[in-house]
Design a binder for this molecule. Structure first.
Ligand SMILES: [Zn+2]
Length: 66
């Protein structure tokens, strides 16, 4: 009775063939496409953008204060 929604299973659709896969799957169960890789770049780019933005601000501050 207590089994409802205790663990949420997210469905991730393969960008290659559109087959539904579990979110924690590394590869598409249908075509073997690497699902994980598709998800990482946006987050990575976002973090790099934040880091570079932060470094840019520091550089400007250092440049202005010198
Ligand atoms: Zn697939």
């Amino acid at each position: 009775m207590n089994k409802e929604k205790s663990k949420k299973v997210e469905i991730e659709y393969c960008p290659q063939c559109g087959a539904p896969n579990k979110e924690d799957s590394l590869f598409c169960e249908n075509c073997g496409h690497d699902i994980r890789k598709e998800k990482q770049p946006p987050l990575f780019n976002q973090r790099v953008g934040i880091i570079f933005g932060f470094l840019g601000v520091i550089c400007i501050v250092l440049f202005l204060s010198s």
